[in-house]
Design a protein around this ligand. Structure first.
Ligand SMILES: Nc1nc2c(c(=O)[nH]1)N[C@H]1C(S)=C(S)[C@@H](COP(=O)(O)OP(=O)(O)OC[C@H]3O[C@@H](n4cnc5c(=O)[nH]c(N)nc54)[C@H](O)[C@@H]3O)O[C@H]1N2
Ligand SMILES: Nc1nc2c(c(=O)[nH]1)N[C@H]1C(S)=C(S)[C@@H](COP(=O)(O)OP(=O)(O)OC[C@H]3O[C@@H](n4cnc5c(=O)[nH]c(N)nc54)[C@H](O)[C@@H]3O)O[C@H]1N2
Ligand code: SF4
Ligand SMILES: [Mo]
Length: 876
């Protein structure tokens, strides 16, 4: 408490993307938090994006899992964890250590991850521990190891500000790392940094780009091979630096053999890009899932690294390849060795000296000497009975694994599945035999490492609800109950962190990069007060990697790799003519268990959709707002069509966020083939094949309610609104009784009904009132519903009787669809301000309405509205 009685602000870190923004949190005394950006954190210097700003709206206790559950019944920790320990022990005794597995997450804290890895690799004695980082960063890890001899990210965020050219490859930074994007745009405004985007579709990141190379899906290797050849031809190779690099000849040979025509780009565009890269000394190549999530992801990574190694543009200020990590602690997971083919602290499972050192350090009874099952194989083993017990922590694989329907079936089939989550309402948690309540982000202490190797403290500011406990604590308890009391006798995350830091000192002695032994002596108070720090932190070394030409292969040199462009595994054909690309939207986080609680965040894109090119839509007879049915060899989906030239003809783009809880027909990963990169084992989530057709609905619906709804129609999508919930609905069977449908949907048997129907036209409008207030309303029509959604979503709870018109009264302004989630500004408000205020730029709009001045990631939409007004036909 401060002198005045208000609680002091506590420094913490954002639980979403790998940017790793620092936060200042102030509890409001009623379970809520005030959240602002930490002006002193090196990642964000006070900035936050819409998701970070809305954190306070996602803390609700509603839906939280409060007690351990066994077979759906609440129980206590003792009985739940005794059962977990017994079933894991029994499986190991009867079927060997490889009959059990853990599936973890890059969102776990380093301390959680450390304990899980120690328990599985050192004590259970199996390497069957993999994580959602396999779906995310595995190709980068493999590419780094092939080139550098270790998994080191050489870049820093300051490099983004010192570069003269930034190339975004398969990265929609504007939406997925908005604060980094803002840092780049600020540097660009100050010093004219050039920005190039390489992506098969047009994204918000292209808005301010000097060049957008709209290449064909999966063809990046051909482009970077052409770049390497052009660098050679243009005399841009750094002969001095190349003394530290092996493999130039073979890499060049492969580069010259490549045919850049497979990219589908114009030869002049490619030449212009190569020329720009060659002429610019300070280049940072930022890459993300368009590179990693590919059946040739590791080769894509090495194709990029080749160009930086050949020109010595690595490790120096303003230079380098830069893999931006997705999850808040993807890097921490790599550091503790959370993947099935790693050990701990960047040591190798297959290296006998490393193994012996770690075994000795842990006092471990058993250590595996070979890699365990990677994610896709882990779930296959769960499905076919090889795995007898599986523990899933902090991830929702029934939604996010490729072939998600098969994964759901596999989890169900597994003899014994434990799930640790903060809620029971996830597709995965619903399949658990044992469900364990985890403490959430604001309730627990630990550390995370962001994309540029900066370790930050996350600090507990709220008490965990019910019986919820921190993940590290649950894991250590199971370790003790399995018989390893001393090894898992952890009292605090500080104690675990010290052990992890000490172990990294061993890695440092082997000459490895990850060494934070300088932090192994931290007192509890030192850990509590730990300021953000970039590793390495040791007496042996600090500072930047690779500018000095020292690498981690046995000869101390880096490797360039000969890489050849391989097309995606499946080619579109007559049956499945489309290329299915999947990814993220601005305001939702993965399976939405937290972000969907915020009405603001749900206001931006409140429904699952598929982007389809106008030519394809015309061929299929798809009109705006129609529903699309997608099919692949693995599953099917129904979602809204968005007709846009942002995608190429023949391509579809679908976001990954919707689930059985929010839109069961739009679990898009059920269509994605589980094809993996042969080196990294990472699935290709960007280039499956699919068929598309118009979904013939006999009716469409839109509903608002002050309470959750239970739709059961062919298509439904549920979202939070300021006053409760809103839903989009559609059905293929005719809807004969709108009143009965409304009563069932809203489960309000006693509500007073107000109705307007035109059965000839198939139109029905039903309003339900309780206590003189509007409780819910349903709009039905044979075509996609044309009502003012943002207006209607604000009505439940009010005393209105005019809801059935579906339109706001003349004198009431309708804000329109949400554009700026930071300041809650809708499209109509912006259009009106443009009109009445004569605004001509996004800066004008910002000055007038604040819109676009928060995280800035809606500025592309503001520009589109400005353009719309500029092109307004005179008669409108
Ligand atoms: N808002 C939001 N932000 C997030 C997340 C979130 O859920 N929501 N998740 C976080 C996580 S875990 C991650 S991993 C990151 C991911 O961050 P990003 O990688 O930026 O996000 P994605 O949308 O998955 O994919 C990026 C782009 O790759 C493109 N792409 C597809 N195929 C190819 C190809 O063959 N070549 C190239 N060059 N590009 C291709 C896609 O069109 C897409 O625009 O975002 C993080 N940040
Ligand atoms: N088709 C397709 N599939 C993809 C991708 C894609 O681009 N396309 N991207 C892939 C990538 S890069 C990623 S990273 C994954 C992400 O996929 P997931 O990790 O499966 O998705 P999340 O929604 O982040 O799942 C996190 C879960 O942890 C729970 N949780 C929240 N806080 C806590 C906590 O403190 N403790 C515990 N124990 N649980 C908690 C949440 O409620 C939620 O259920 O998806 C991958 N799948
Ligand atoms: S950019 Fe946004 S989501 Fe990412 S860490 Fe910062 S505030 Fe959180
Ligand atoms: Mo990710």
């Amino acid at each position: 408490m401060t002198a005045g009685g208000t609680p002091a602000e506590v420094r913490s870190a954002c639980p979403y993307c790998g940017t790793g923004c620092g936060l200042l949190l102030r509890p409001d005394g009623q379970g809520g938090l005030e959240v602002r950006g930490d002006p002193d954190h090196p990642a964000n210097r006070g900035r936050l994006c819409s998701k970070g700003l809305a954190l306070g709206e996602t803390l609700g206790q509603e839906g939280r899992l409060l007690a351990p559950q066994v077979n759906g019944r609440d129980t206590g920790w003792d009985s739940a964890l005794d059962l977990v320990a017994a079933r894991f022990r029994q499986a190991v005794e009867q079927h060997g250590p490889d009959s059990v597995g853990f599936y973890l997450s890059g969102q776990m804290l380093t301390e959680d991850y450390y304990v899980a890895n120690k328990l599985m690799k050192g004590f259970i004695g199996s390497a069957n521990i993999d994580t959602n980082s396999r779906l995310c960063m595995a190709s980068t890890v493999a590419g780094h190891k092939r080139a550098f001899g270790t998994d080191t990210v050489p870049g820093t965020y300051e490099d983004l500000e010192e570069a003269d050219l930034i190339v975004l490859v398969g990265s929609n930074l504007a939406w997925c790392h908005p604060v980094l994007h803002q840092r780049i745009l600020a540097a660009r405004a100050a010093r004219g940094t050039k920005l190039v985007v390489i992506d098969p579709r047009r994204t918000a990141s292209c808005d301010q780009a000097d060049m957008h190379l709209k290449l064909r899906a999966g063809s990046d290797v051909a482009l970077f091979n052409r770049l390497l050849a052009a660098l050679y031809e243009g005399g841009a190779l750094d002969a001095d630096y190349l003394r530290h690099v092996e493999g130039l000849g073979a890499a060049l040979e492969a580069a010259f053999a490549a045919d850049a025509a497979v990219t589908g780009l114009e030869a002049t565009e490619i030449a212009e890009f190569c020329d720009l890269w060659r002429r610019t000394g300070k280049v940072v190549t930022v890459f993300s899932q368009g590179v990693n999530q590919s059946s040739s992801g590791t080769d894509k990574v090495n194709a990029i690294l080749n160009c930086h190694l050949a020109t010595g543009r690595i490790g120096k200020p303003g230079c380098g390849p830069f893999s931006v990590t997705g999850q808040p602690n993807a890097m921490g997971g790599r550091e503790v060795g959370g993947l099935a083919n790693m050990l701990a602290c960047h040591m190798d499972l297959e290296n006998a000296r490393h193994r012996a050192a770690v075994q000795d350090f842990w006092g471990a009874p058993a250590m595996p000497d070979r890699a365990g099952l990677k994610a896709v194989d882990l779930f296959r083993a769960a499905g076919d009975g090889r795995l007898k017990a599986l523990w899933i922590i902090h991830t929702n694989p029934a939604v996010t694994m490729p072939e998600a329907d098969a994964v759901r079936a596999a989890i169900k089939a597994c003899d014994f599945t434990v799930v640790s989550d903060i809620t029971a309402a996830t597709d995965t948690a619903r399949l658990a035999d044992v469900l364990l309540p985890a403490a959430a982000w604001a309730e627990k202490d630990g550390t995370v490492t962001n994309s540029d190797r900066t370790i930050s403290r996350q600090r507990a500011v709220l008490p965990p609800p019910g019986q919820a406990r921190a993940d590290w604590d649950i894991l250590a308890d199971v370790g003790r109950r399995m018989g390893w009391a001393a090894a898992f006798d952890y009292q605090s995350p500080a104690q675990i962190f010290r052990e992890h830091a000490a172990l990294s000192g061993l890695a440092g002695r082997f000459g490895l990069d990850f060494d934070i032994s300088g932090l192994s002596g931290l007192s509890d108070a030192g850990y509590d007060g730990l300021a953000p720090v970039r590793w390495p932190v040791s007496r042996r070394r600090g500072g930047r990697f690779f500018a000095d030409g020292r690498f981690y292969h046995p000869d101390g040199k880096a490797r360039m790799l000969p890489v050849r462009c391989q097309p995606p595994a499946a080619a579109p054909d007559r049956e499945f003519p489309f290329r299915l690309n999947t990814g993220r939207i601005r305001d939702q986080w993965h399976t939405m268990t937290r972000t969907a609680q915020s009405p603001r965040l749900s206001g931006h894109l409140g429904e699952p959709f598929a982007d389809i090119h106008p030519d394809d839509a015309a061929k299929l007879g798809i009109k705006p707002a129609d529903l699309l049915r997608l099919r692949s060899p693995h599953g099917q989906a129904i979602l809204r069509a968005r007709i846009t030239a942002d995608v190429q003809p023949g391509d579809l783009f679908v976001p990954i966020h919707w689930t059985g809880e929010t839109a069961p027909s739009a679990r898009i990963a059920s269509l994605v083939a589980a094809v993996t990169d042969p080196v990294s084992g990472q699935p290709d989530s960007k280039a499956s094949v699919a068929a598309a057709e118009c979904f013939q609905a006999s009716w469409y619906g839109f509903a608002v309610s002050c309470r959750p709804m239970t739709p059961g129609t062919d298509y439904w999508a549920l979202a939070r609104s300021e006053t409760g919930y809103r839903a989009e609905l559609a059905g293929s069977a005719p809807l004969r009784d709108p009143e009965a449908a409304a009563r069932q949907l809203f489960a309000m048997p006693d509500a007073a009904i107000q109705m307007m129907t035109d059965s000839r036209k198939g139109i029905a409008r039903v309003a339900l009132h309780q206590g003189g207030r509007l409780a819910a309303a349903l709009f039905i029509a044979p075509q996609p519903i044309a009502v003012r959604r943002s207006y209607l979503a604000g009505l439940p709870g009010s005393c209105t009787s005019g809801v059935l018109t579906g339109q706001p009264p003349e004198d009431l302004p309708d804000a329109g669809p949400l554009v700026c989630a930071c300041f809650n500004v809708g499209a109509n408000t912006i259009l009106r301000a443009i009109e009445t205020g004569g605004l001509i730029s996004a800066a004008d709009v910002g000055a007038a309405l604040q819109a676009g001045t928060g995280c800035g990631s809606c500025r592309s939409e503001i520009n589109a509205l400005l353009a719309r007004r500029r092109c307004k036909p005179a008669a409108e």
